[in-house]
Design a protein around this ligand. Structure first.
Ligand code: AMP
Length: 419
């Protein structure tokens, strides 16, 4: 039996780092006043088809679709935004007294892509979405939050690309100009892009347009309002000290964006081909499209696996070695007392272990060593007669009264696993 292609098992040796990373992301979310939302890992297919766009690669080629036993067409979530919008509308979060709604998630995503280093069929994203704030300052907050997360983790070899797709009018005008420009060049485009001219012309920018002369520039088709909005976003980014590049060709893979879009790429040497660490943008039409009120929104999704790869490439370790606080070693006759003590230690917040096989003391000490035990309690027969146990700590050995063990260990200020 083997795991499905493009997936991986998170093994115990790696779970501490993963948990630590998720904890950092949750803490940063708290600082930025985001609250967690969890949505199902599958939805009715139309949630994604409608939002992400029928003509996008994700929906056309990459979704895991299935019929459930009631013959309903379902899809495993390929991205987070559409599910959060569905939940926001369905649960009427627009009527919550707290506005804007600032939501975050850490969740698995499923895409039937060709697996390679940094690209999986099940990957995980940390995502944030803000509903009901339509001001350039929140666009800058979202971009700077993503940027600051990487800085905080020590990942500073980055490029931040930003662009504006403008409002609907800007986008329509630009699309028209682009279609006009591309149509005579159709034969020089790949098969997919020939299709895209009809369905999704902006996506041709992602593909090949570098090689053409003078394609129309998005910036020249922005309305005055869209220009002003984008200029203000950039000005706030300057205020926040974000080093960014304006990339006129950045459109992002999904159909739903308006105004600001951005991507963060790793520029770490030897990082591999999949340099996109995360991206996002504004999607002002989607809430209405899902049957909600006319509420604007912006968000991002950051790849968790890519974050881990970047940390690895830079040799940054967020966690120390595994360890336990106390190992309780017993003799055959003292095991009962040992078990009771072990229970008390755990209830008092110590990471504690015992040997459940009846091994010699030497073997138990060896096990304690393997587990990186900070202290070892030896419940010896003779000591127990006087209600004492032995505590080994930093090479020293002391006897302590059995009912004072917790008090004694508390004073040693042993490690906190989560720190
Ligand atoms: P996207 O919304 O497609 O830009 O995805 C957001 C982020 O998720 C990307 O920037 C990547 O860091 C990560 N990501 C997307 N697809 C995959 C994948 N197949 N495997 C691993 N990470 C991915």
């Amino acid at each position: 039996m083997q795991k499905p292609k493009g997936t991986y098992d998170l093994l115990p040796k790696d779970s501490k780092l993963r948990n630590r990373l998720e904890e950092i992301l949750k803490t940063v979310s708290l600082y930025y006043n985001f609250k967690e939302i969890r949505t199902p890992i599958f939805e009715r297919s139309e949630v994604f088809h409608r939002a992400v766009g029928d003509s996008t690669d994700i929906v056309k080629k990459e979704t895991y679709d299935f019929l459930d036993r009631g013959n309903r067409q379902m899809t495993l979530r390929p991205e987070g935004t559409a599910t959060v919008v569905r939940a926001y509308v369905e649960n009427k979060l627009f009527a919550d007294p707290i506005q804007p709604q600032k939501l975050y998630y850490i969740a698995p995503m499923f895409r039937y892509e060709r697996p390679q280093a940094g690209r999986y069929r099940q990957h995980h994203q940390f995502g944030c979405e803000v509903f009901g704030a339509d001001s350039p300052s929140i666009d800058a907050e979202i971009i700077s939050m993503a940027y600051n997360i990487y800085q905080l983790l020590g990942i500073s070899d980055l490029t931040v690309k930003v662009n504006s797709l403008g409002d609907e009018e800007s986008r329509t005008n630009y699309q028209k100009a682009l279609v006009q420009y591309l149509t005579p060049l159709k034969d020089k485009l790949c098969i997919d892009c020939q299709e895209r001219i009809k369905n999704n012309p902006l996506r041709v920018l992602d593909c090949k347009i570098d090689t053409f002369d003078n394609p129309p520039k998005m910036s020249e088709y922005r309305t005055a309002e869209a220009k002003k909005y984008f200029a203000e976003v950039l000005s706030y980014l300057n205020t926040l000290n974000i080093k960014y590049e304006v990339d006129e060709k950045l459109v992002r893979g999904l159909d739903y964006y308006t105004h600001t879009v951005f991507e963060i790429h790793a520029t770490i040497e030897g990082f591999g081909a999949q340099t996109a660490l995360g991206g996002g943008g504004r999607y002002n039409k989607m809430v209405k499209q899902f049957g909600g009120p006319d509420v604007s929104a912006i968000g991002f999704g950051l790849g968790i696996e890519r974050m881990l790869l970047a940390l690895q490439a830079l040799n940054i370790n967020l966690v120390g070695e595994d360890y336990i606080n106390v190992f309780v070693a017993t003799m055959a006759n003292t095991k009962n007392v040992g078990i009771k003590l072990l229970n008390e230690l755990r209830l008092n917040g110590f990471i504690a272990e015992i040997s459940h096989q009846d091994k010699s003391l030497k073997n138990q000490l060896r096990q304690a060593n393997k587990l990186n035990a900070e202290t070892v309690l030896i419940v010896g027969e003779e000591e127990l007669e006087n209600n004492l146990v032995i505590i080994k700590y930093k090479g020293e050995q002391k006897t302590v009264q059995i009912d004072k063990v917790v008090e004694y260990l508390d004073k040693l200020e042993l490690g906190d696993y989560n720190e």
